[in-house]
Design a protein around this ligand. Structure first.
Ligand SMILES: Nc1nc2c(ncn2[C@@H]2O[C@H](COP(=O)(O)OP(=O)(O)OP(=O)(O)O)[C@@H](O)[C@H]2O)c(=O)[nH]1
Ligand SMILES: [Mg+2]
Length: 355
């Protein structure tokens, strides 16, 4: 996929520009909408859309072979940089290539078990004798095993965000609400639900956004009332549920959340684990182990703007095979939220290798 930006006085017109250019192609996904100042200092809207590579090439009349040749050049450059990472000064004398490459990847946060499994597959082949080949092989494996959850909006979406305290659940609920209710080409009917009744001010924090966007916002305090509230919200396209931040060691809150999830009646809820990109590997594992029996379907990664090192988080996502649905890269509602794509995740991982 290729990302392209369009600028216009408002998001709708910017999207129209994108449609004008790519309208005849089937796939056009809105990834991001932000406000920027133009050269005259006026606030304008900039949207980012993704289109398939072939549509993009068609639209600019590019020669596919020429494009391929360029991509190969970029790959060659990347491989050269990777080669430097495992240059002889970094390797222990006499140690095989495989150990040196493994050391680099371990240092970058990929798990040893997973690396051993991947390296085992090629240990007897010629790939294992060449650092460049071996590195590109591992990158391919990372690319293949990192999972992305596509955004499906064709049926009612009930999404519940869970996670540790302060990871950005409420802010992400507000960003998602703005995306679905205001930024999509066909705005959806969105309702917000607050299960977070533990913390003082939690309801008010979300109510502030609900008020700004004029969205329905309901507080559910009793477990028994949950299914009924969901039933009442049948006419809404999207129901976003904010929950209390739970420290992995706070069993009380965790049990309460489980009770809510057991009482959803006939409703299917997508439980999404919100993870901060700044969390350490041991913490992420602790969090996952405590939250795993909530049947996690996807992960939303927040605070992408606060760290460049994502290897540990990616290693964990690969190991547990949790698909990523959205990425949050800042505090602004609704600007700093993007749909997760393989390209975005891989760009960050490859970038991570050069840090
Ligand atoms: N830098 C950065 N800050 C973020 C991001 N997402 C949220 N925040 C900030 O993180 C802080 C906590 O965000 P909340 O949305 O209140 O977090 P929460 O998970 O709902 O917190 P609790 O309800 O207390 O568990 C706020 O200051 C947010 O502005 C992000 O992607 N990047
Ligand atoms: Mg919150």
């Amino acid at each position: 996929m290729v990302e392209e930006t369009f600028v216009a006085p408002n998001p709708r017109e910017a999207f129209e520009l994108a449609k004008e250019k790519y309208g005849h192609f089937s796939e056009l996904t809105l990834l991001k909408a932000i406000q920027i100042k133009n050269d005259e200092g006026k606030l304008v809207s900039q949207i980012t859309v993704s289109v398939s590579s072939s549509d993009f090439l068609d639209s600019i009349g590019y020669d596919e072979e020429e494009e391929l040749a360029k991509e190969i050049d970029v790959l060659k450059e990347q491989i050269n940089t990777m080669k430097q990472l495992v240059s002889p000064r970094d390797t222990v004398e006499g140690q095989p290539v495989i150990d040196a490459v493994k050391a680099v990847m371990l240092q970058r946060g990929l798990s040893e078990t997973w690396l051993d499994e991947v390296l085992e597959e090629v240990s007897q082949s010629a790939v294992a004798d060449d650092e460049q080949l071996l590195l590109s092989y591992i990158m391919d494996e990372v690319d293949e095993r990192l999972l992305v959850k596509p955004e499906v909006l064709s049926e009612q979406k009930i999404m519940m965000l869970i996670g540790s305290t302060g990871v950005g659940k409420t802010t992400t609920v507000a960003k998602l609400a703005a995306r679905y209710a205001l930024l999509l080409e066909k705005p959806l009917k969105v309702a917000l639900v607050n299960l977070d009744t533990f913390r003082v001010g939690a309801y008010e924090q979300l109510e502030h956004y609900a008020g700004q966007m004029q969205l329905a916002h309901i507080k559910v305090e009793r477990v028994e009332a949950f299914a009924e509230v969901l039933r009442e919200l049948k006419g809404y396209d999207v129901v976003l549920i904010d929950t209390a931040g739970i420290s992995p060691y706070d069993t009380g809150k965790l049990i309460k959340t489980i009770e809510f999830l057991k009482n959803t009646g006939e409703h299917k809820i997508e439980t999404s684990l919100v993870l901060s990109a700044t969390a350490k590997r041991e913490d992420i594992i602790d969090i996952y182990e405590h939250f795993s029996f909530l049947d996690i379907e996807s992960a939303i990664l927040t605070k992408f703007d606060e760290t460049k090192r994502v290897g540990e988080l990616f290693g964990f996502l690969i190991e547990k095979q949790i698909p990523v649905s959205y990425i949050s890269g800042g505090q602004h509602v609704p600007d700093d939220l993007t749909v997760a794509t393989k390209q975005r995740l891989m760009d960050r991982f490859v970038g991570d290798l050069y840090e």
